[in-house]
Each structure stands twice: as C-alpha cells, then as structure tokens.
Design a protein around this ligand. Sequence first.
Ligand code: PMP
Length: 438
Amino acid sequence: MNAPGQPAKQGARSLDPHLRRYAARTAGMTASEIRALFAVASRPEVVSLAGGMPHLAALPMDSLAAEIGDLVATEGLVALQYGSAHGVPELREQICDIMALEGIRAHPDDVVVTVGSQMALDMVTRIFCDPGDVVLAEGPSYVGALGSFAAYQAQVVHVAMDADGLVPQALREALAAVERTGKRVKFLYTIPNFHNPAGVTLAVSRRAEVLEICARHGVLVVEDNPYGLLGFDGQIYPALRASDPDNVVYLGSFSKTFAAGLRVGWALAPHAVREKLVLAAESATLCPPTLNQMVVSRYLATQDWKGQIKTYREAYRDRRDAMISALEQHMPDGVTWTKPDGGFYVWLTVPEGIDTKAMLPRAVTQRVAYASGTGFYADGLGSRQMRLSYCYPTPERIREGVRRLAHVLEDEMQLHLTFGPTSGRAVSGPQGPSPDTA
Ligand code: PMP
C-alpha cells in the first residue's frame, strides 16, 4: 500500500494483473505528452497553445448537415453498409484530382483510403518494420508517427533540419552512420511542407537531392503531407512523390483541409506496396467507414472545397500573424522561433538551462499550455524547445497566451540566473496540476 499522500503511480502499474501477459511491443506504447495535454487544454481559463485542433468553426455546418442528411436518406443502403478495404472508388478518383495540384499523377487503384493518415502511418510501419529496424525521421518529428514507430519497436534515428527543412548532408551522414552499425534503414519519414512541429518547409531546391540520396541507399521515402494545401499565400509545393513514384509512399488527409473527426485519409503507394497496404488495412478495420468516405466524396462534389481551404488558410494566417507579432512584442531576449508559411505550428527555442517540460506545470498555473519539445524526439532531445499551435484559439487568445508564456519564461530565466538549471529544481509556491494528471 502507498503511504498516505504518496503518489500511487508505481503501485498502480504493478497492480495490473495482466502485466506479465503483454507483448514486448507494448513497452514502447506510452501516453503521448500531447494526449495528456488535451485534458488541460479543455479547461476554459487555460489558453492552450498545445493541441493541433483544426478551426472547425469555419465550416458551413448547415449546408453540411443538409448534405449528410440527404446522403443517408438517398444512399443510406450503400453508405451504412460494409465497403471495400481499398476505399470508395469515387473518393479515390477525387483524391487523385487533389494530388494533381501537387504535380502527382496517380491511378485511383494505387490509392488506399485510411482512417486518417494516422492509420496509414501505422500500416506503413507494420508492413515494413521488424523490431530493431531503423526509421529515419526529421528531428523533431510528428509525435503520432513516433508513437507508431515505437509500437512496432522500430528504432528512430533523427536527421537534422534547418530553416529550409531536412538537411541533405545530415541525411547522408545519418545513413552512413546506420550502415556502419549493420542495421537496416527501412524508410525516411518526412513532413516536407509546414512541418509538425517545426513549422518549416523543405526547400524545393533540396527535394531532388533528398530523393536521390534515398534512392542511392535503397531507402523508401514516406512523405506525410497533411498541411500541403495550407500555404498562407496559396503556394503549393511539388510533392516528392511527383518526382519519384516508385520510391515514395505519399500520405494525405482530409483532417486539416476539411474535418478531422471524419477520420478520412489516404496512402498513395507504388503498386506492389499498395497490395500489402490493402491487406494490412483489411486486417485492421475490414474497411474504412463508408459513410464518412461518402460524406467527403459528396462534399468534394457539391461544395466549394477550394474556397473552404482558402477560408481556412486565411484564418490560420491571421492566427500565425497574431502569434508572431505577440512573440516579437513579449518574448525575452534569447528566445527564438520559426516563422511558418503555412500549417499550424511555431517551434520555439528557449535559452540554455531552461527545461520546457519541467516548466510546463508552472505555465499551466499561469493559465497557458504548450507542448514541450521532448515529445517530438525519440531520443530525449527537445528539452529546450516547445511547440506552439495557433490553429485553434482566436487571435486575441493567442496574444494573451503568448503574453502569459513570456512572463513564465521571464520568471524562469530569472530563477535560472539565481539558482541554476530548472530541471529537477524544487518549486516553491503554488504548483499547477501536472499535465499527466490534469
Ligand atoms: N501527420 C501529421 C504530420 C500530422 O500533423 C497529423 C495530425 N496532427 C497526422 C499525420 C494525422 O492526421 P490524421 O490521422 O487526422 O489524418
């Protein structure tokens, strides 16, 4: 039994009667720091710059409701029935039209509809990675992808980025270093456009080089591109997949351009890989939800979806502007950040000695939340970084959140000057709930 007042965390784990039954791969399955934060984020007094929830209030709910109602009334026997693991054919054709905007020429047969691109990440890892295989990923990288890689016991080796995205020379060096260990690199996982969490975009001039390096080393590229149509100036970058259809698996999603709750995404894969993906999808879900796919398909056919994306882009640009100008106005010297041209995120670096994970409970006490950088690395880095999302709060709330965060950082930097590094330091005064428990 725990002594009164003692946390029950350790005890709770050993009380699990199933502990000895779990497969070894569950050891890598831990709650993401982001998920824990969603609970904190939902408290109204906290300005959450933590989660990446899209700005759904921009959707035309009434006309969507009418379309969905009509869909069930007129095509319910199909929409509410099982479908194929491959996905609804009309939707796969429409997906090809969308990808054509990025220069991709694809056949609908090579598109596999998935339950969000998260499921595609899971499937790609499942079909390619044995335990101990290496996946290269930008450092930092998308937390949900790192979760999939961990679940299949793949080892992640991070590749450095700069303001122009993945650094080709760092990719060469990472490949050479892994090859020296005798391990196999199964694929490079990359988010070329409006990176989550780094907010940067892979320079167009680097794209051919990245593809060439991977092809020369026999490494597949997994291109994850949920934000590609959310460039603030309407700019659309050429997909990696457009230049190398045989060596790139492309992942897309309707979560950011339409509605995340529908959970409709897709993978476009070289022909042989597509077969394996369909089998993997079948064993996971039998088929993706038919109703949701038909809702997306009808939305694309009947609504001004390009106009909707423009509306989203403008809202996100206003919010990005609010965040950047508030950062410029309030942040103390020594704090730096990226300036995204699209997408949802700013990546912030704080001065040496400040630990963003240790600081988070104090920030929550001051009614602002962020995602600390460590969740975006598989190797423990990121303690001097944090991700700030501007997608969900209003510009006013963003400005207020950044103002609060700047105060927390100023206090922290003052404490650091007086007492030394923040990590592990006992905190006096009121403590906010830990994001793990809130
Ligand atoms: N990839 C990236 C880079 C993401 O940011 C997200 C969502 N945050 C996903 C994949 C998963 O998106 P979904 O499953 O909603 O399509």
